[in-house]
Each structure stands twice: as C-alpha cells, then as structure tokens.
Design a protein around this ligand. Structure first.
Ligand code: G3H
Ligand code: 13P
Ligand code: ZN
Length: 332
C-alpha cells in the first residue's frame, strides 16, 4: 500500500474548489508513454498550471499500470527539476470499470479515481460508486462518478446516441454516493469523429464542418441542482483541423474528423465545469508530427528524430489548451 501523498501527488479536492471559484478548469490529459508525459509536465511547469495525469484501462494494458505509476512519481521530481517549486499533479484512473480496479489504483498511489457506472442501471451505478467512494475516502483519494452516456465508444461500450444527464437525478446520486465530482453528458463524445456530417452545417468560407452546440441547458440544470459541485466533461478534444490536414497530407485517412469548438470549452471552463478531459488532440498532434517527419525524411530511422518533434508538437498543444482554452495558467 502506497499513499499518494508519499509520492508528492495531490488529490482533486482543493484544486477543484479553486477552479470553480476562479472560473477556470483543470486540464486532464491522458498519457500512455514517456513523450506524452514529458510534454504534459513541461507544459504544466512552464505555465504553472495544475494538471491531472490520466491513465485509462487501455493505457494500463499498453504500458503497464505499475510502470505508469512510477512514471507519475518521476513526473513530480521532473517538474521540480524544471523549476516548479510546488507541483500540483493528480494521478487519476480514467474510466475505472470495477471496484477491484479502483481499489488497486488507490493501493498503488493514485490520488484520484473515476468509477464509470454510467452504463449500469441507476441503482447499480449508485451502489458501485458508493462502494468505491467508501474505500477511496479512507485514504483521502477523491472519486469521480458519471451520470448520462456519451455517444461513441465509452468504456468499451458503443452507444449511437447521447443520453444526456438528467438534472433531476444529480442530487440523489451525489448524496447517496458521496462522490467528489460528477462527469456529465451534454453532447461531447470520445474520439476524433464526435459528430456525423449530417448533424453539422458547413462553413461557406472554409468548407469545414461546424458542429451543433453543446447542451448548455443541461449543464445549467445540473448547476442549479448542485450549486458549486465539481462537474467534469469527457470527450472534450477540439480535433484541430491543421493537425487533421497534416495527417491526411502525409498519407493519413481521417474522414470527417470533428471536435468540440474551443469557444464552447472556454464557456464551460468558466462554469462549475472544473475538469476537462483531452486525449484525442494529443494523439492527433503526435501522429501529425511523426507522419510529417517520416514523409519528408524517408531515410530517418532514429526514433528520437520523429518522437522529439512529436513531443514538441504535443507540448505546444498542451500550452495552448492551458492558456487559451481552460485558463489554468498561473494557478499552481
Ligand atoms: O476515454 C477515453 C480515453 O481517450 C482513453 O482512451 O481507452 O483508448 O486509452 P483509451
Ligand atoms: P477525447 O477523445 O475527446 O480526447 O476525450 C478524452 C476523454 O474523455 C478521456 O476520458
Ligand atoms: Zn472519457
């Protein structure tokens, strides 16, 4: 048993309180490898932004949970080495799907876990989330629950349509479970194809797809029921079209890739939404840079020559998110 405090990590409690009061949101970036982690920590250290490092089930399978945990511990030391005196770094389990998985993460030093029971019948979601909270809170680990289903693939379950969060359920859910934050469904979704072209309009000048707006009325309804309670948005990548174009220019085949417009995320970040999850944008930034190097320098075979530019491109993206979208710079 290792407690996150011994690793220099923090939980989300104070971080979320400050974010809600300050009208900004904390970036929650997924990581699966060293280059992503380096880019995240460099960006957070340079901007003095609190940051949430997220580990998904897929990341655990890919990179090994123990190794990722040690990497996060190393990230705290690295942040200090970069001159960030008091790093505010959370290590979070993304989309935990069982009590056993959440417990194992708590036991190995994660400071925050998500238990995603959003696909379960309501009462089962309540019971599972409550069980995780009761265990995690013994060690001061904070817990994110979820109500409502995002369209697309979530937690390995495919759903064609959103089921928006029902504001009339949120008080009952948070009271019965004791969770510390709540992920809600207001029209975001995972991946790089968040909307079908037929749901979008086309910008006459650029020819680019313009997605429908998020359901801010649902968010308002939730905030009315739960004033000041920390709200989380998953599936919040914006799918930068420059990255999509670079990928396709150098041999990629991304079709109708579209994300959440940044101005909508800026609006959300000013509300009780205090954690915004971004993974796909980092994947796009990494892939675009690698494709470009390999296409322009076909004789190159030193991985550092393409992973280095990929890391730089991700860092640029993270800094942009922190400073220009979420507003978390200078808050740690
Ligand atoms: O919620 C989904 C995240 O983007 C993680 O994706 O399960 O492929 O690692 P993954
Ligand atoms: P994106 O696919 O929009 O980056 O969402 C990531 C996410 O929600 C991780 O939990
Ligand atoms: Zn998610």
């Amino acid at each position: 048993m290792v407690n996150f405090k011994e690793l220099g990590l923090v939980n989300t409690r104070e971080m979320f309180k400050k974010a809600i009061n300050g009208g900004y949101a904390i970036p929650a970036f997924n990581f699966n490898n060293m280059e992503q982690l380096q880019a995240i920590i460099q960006a957070a250290a340079e901007t003095k932004s609190p940051v949430i490092l997220q580990v998904s089930k897929g990341a655990r399978n890919y990179a090994n949970q123990t190794l990722l945990r040690y990497m996060a511990e190393g990230a705290v030391a690295y942040a200090k080495e970069l001159g960030w005196e008091n790093p505010q770094i959370v290590l979070h389990l993304d989309h935990g799907d069982s009590f056993e998985l959440c417990k194992s993460c708590v036991d190995m030093g994660f400071s925050s876990v998500m238990i995603d029971g959003s696909h379960l019948p309501y009462d089962e979601n309540v019971a599972l989330t409550k069980k995780v909270v009761e265990y995690a809170h013994q060690f001061d680990v904070t817990v994110e629950g979820e109500l409502g289903v995002l369209a697309g693939v979530e937690d390995e379950v495919q759903s064609d349509h959103h089921t928006y969060t029902r504001p009339e359920e949120v008080v009952d859910f948070t009271t019965k479970t004791g969770c510390d934050s709540l992920a809600i469904s207001i029209g975001t979704s995972h991946g790089a194809n968040k909307f079908k072209p037929e749901q979008c309009t086309r910008d006459a000048k650029t020819g680019r797809l313009v997605p429908p707006p998020l359901a801010f009325d649902v968010l308002d309804g939730v905030m009315e029921q739960l004033p000041g309670f920390p709200i989380v948005l998953h599936g919040s990548s914006s799918v930068p079209q420059e990255e999509v174009e670079t990928i396709n220019k150098y041999g990629g085949a991304l079709v109708d890739a579209i994300g959440i417009p940044e101005e909508q995320l800026r609006k959300a970040a000013k509300s009780a939404v205090c954690k915004i999850n971004i993974d796909s944008d980092s994947r796009l930034a990494m892939t675009a840079a690698i494709r470009e190097v390999l296409a322009l320098k076909p004789a190159e075979f030193d991985p550092r020559k393409y992973l280095g530019p990929a890391r730089d491109n991700m860092k640029k993206l993270y800094i942009h998110k922190i400073k220009d979208v979420l507003g978390s710079d200078g808050k740690a």
